[in-house]
Write a protein that binds this ligand. Structure first.
Ligand code: PLP
Length: 529
């Protein structure tokens, strides 16, 4: 792993330049910096283009298609015939990314500090999608060459997400339009396995997408809902003491967020899952990893969860969602697809299929993660173990782990910088919502992601006023309840006003955080009518 010296000013600037060069949406802010030259950006473009050529996005050849067919990849559950395409070639991507650029009117560019809402995407994702749509945008399942390449793209995207989550030996991936849609779909499928009187436990600290899908089950099917209360004194989002009395032999589902999208604290999924299994053996453990997955490496195998959901558009990919299910858990479900669709995974769950260009975009993440892994000095690159010799899914689990370790390392530095700055503003009336963090401890800092909710005690300095001041200075943050509706109620937060939320990603810089803190300091020192 890299050493702390990477945060010495010249090293840090070099690192952040090389990371930010991958994100078209951040280029405008790079151009605003005297430190960064276009030559550097061009150089990075070439490096990405090279990586794309040698990695997944080259033309898919006859051997890959033959191998895929051997594995039963058809892309068409109805006919069993070969299907769709991965011919995403770097050359096909437009030079200009104007639509992705942050607005740059000659002043400073936007600092995007609203990443919990959705992340930026690396150029390799944009290129992969553009190349797919310009070169091989045909329907899968028709059996001709291009169509089969599309099927391989879709299949590889599922396998890539499985590797991303360490799910290859334990379960499968279902892709959909969003995490919310996938949780709804799962609740619908689970309905058939539930009896009136069975119980579903949901966390009060959750995004509402974890709760609403079960409300209909409670109304129409006699399912009993149990609210797992947060601790409003310690601000612990998923306290085990409050869970224990809710667990019994009738508990069939426990759903909770690994990280609250307001407070940013990480809960111990493995420990909670173990606790649930010991007291409610019939329960399915469903984890909402939406706020966690963009920041830390996911390991569903180690955590032993039944289901894990995330939004790919927050993990540097296209606007989709992904759901992991344990093989054994998914086998017992019927699926919602047409009755004549074979009842295998993922087809029985993917109604209407998944976004093919989105699948190409997901694969476009591979070169970026490899770049991060290389930057993290991951010398050891393991191939996938056993099974089909994988020539195209060119990223190992070790590289994925190294890439996320680098993000964690960078975020530790950013989180400290942000929290120290916010603490200085306490005397001006700024109140951070959530437990205090020991900034001297790496472990304590790593146990929260750089998403921070705050309010002000300055008279009439409402969240919307702070947000407007930030936007005027091109600092993108937001206010509201962010769908953590029940948590706001528990904390007595007026949901029509909500809170301010600042959320960083590994590609943000301390300089951007300083710009945000300067606006905050100014708005807190002003009088508001
Ligand atoms: C913690 C959490 N869970 C679930 C969701 C819903 O995700 P999606 O927009 O993919 O439906 C969000 C969205 O912001 C979230 O932050």
């Amino acid at each position: 792993m890299t050493t702390p010296s990477m945060f010495d000013p010249p090293e840090y600037q070099k690192l952040m330049r090389s990371i930010r060069a991958h994100f078209p949406g951040l280029r405008a802010s790079m151009q605003a910096s005297d430190e960064v030259t276009n030559a550097h950006v061009d150089h990075e473009d070439e490096a990405i283009a090279e990586a794309l050529k040698v990695n997944i996005l080259g033309d898919v050849g006859a051997q890959e298609i033959a191998d895929a067919l051997k594995r039963g990849v058809t892309g068409s559950p109805q006919t069993g015939s070969p299907a769709a395409s991965a011919n995403a070639n770097a050359d096909a991507v437009p030079e200009s990314f104007d639509s992705c650029h942050t607005e740059d009117d000659g002043e400073r560019a936007w600092a995007i500090l609203e990443n919990a809402g959705g992340s930026q995407v690396p150029a390799s994702v944009v290129r992969a999608m553009a190349a797919y749509m310009t070169r091989s945008y045909v329907q899968i399942g028709a059996g001709y060459h291009m169509s089969t390449k599309g099927a391989i793209t879709v299949d590889m995207a599922h396998r890539f997400v499985a590797r991303l989550l360490n799910a290859e030996q334990t379960g499968r991936i279902i892709l959909g339009s969003s995490a919310s849609q996938l949780i709804y779909m799962l609740a619908d499928c689970l309905r058939d396995t539930l009896e009136p009187g069975d119980e579903v436990v949901f966390a009060e600290a959750a995004h509402e997408s974890n709760v609403t899908p079960w409300l209909a089950l409670s109304r129409h099917h006699g399912i009993v809902l149990r609210n797992w209360e947060m601790d409003t004194t310690t601000m612990e989002t998923c306290p085990v003491e409050n869970l224990t009395p809710l667990l019994n032999s009738r508990t069939r589902v426990v759903i909770f967020p690994q990280v609250s999208n307001l407070l940013g604290t990480v809960v111990d999924v493995a420990a909670i899952t173990k606790h649930i299994r010991a007291r409610a053996p019939a329960a399915h453990v469903i984890v909402d990893g939406v706020a966690y997955a963009p920041h830390r490496v996911v390991d569903v195998k180690a955590w032993d969860v039944d289901y894990y959901v995330l939004s790919t558009y927050k993990v540097y990919g296209p606007h989709m969602g992904a759901l992991y299910g344990k093989e054994s858990a998914m086998q017992e479900l019927q699926g919602l697809n047409h009755y004549f669709i074979p009842s295998n995974v993922p087809y029985k769950f993917e109604i209407g299929g998944s976004s093919h260009e989105g699948c190409a975009g997901l694969l476009g993440l591979i070169p970026y993660l490899k770049f991060l892994a290389k930057t993290a000095q991951c010398k050891k690159v393991e191939g996938p173990r056993g099974g089909w010799r994988d020539t195209t899914l060119d990223i190992s689990r070790a590289e994925i782990v190294a890439a996320f370790q680098l993000m964690t390392h960078i975020e530790r530095h950013l989180t400290r910088h942000l929290l120290k700055g916010l603490a200085r503003l306490a005397e001006r009336g700024l109140v951070v919502i959530g437990p205090a963090v020991d900034l001297a401890s790496d472990a304590a800092v790593d146990a929260r992601i750089p998403t921070v909710a705050f309010v002000s005690t300055v008279p009439n300095c409402w969240p919307s006023i702070i947000v407007r001041a930030c936007h005027e200075k091109k600092v993108a943050i937001r206010s509201g309840h962010m769908y953590s509706w029940r948590m706001c109620e528990a904390l007595d937060i007026d949901r029509s006003l909500g809170v301010c939320r600042v959320s960083l990603s590994h590609y943000n810089t301390t300089e951007e955080v300083d710009r945000f803190l300067a606006v905050l300091e100014k708005v807190l020192s002003e009088k508001h009518a």
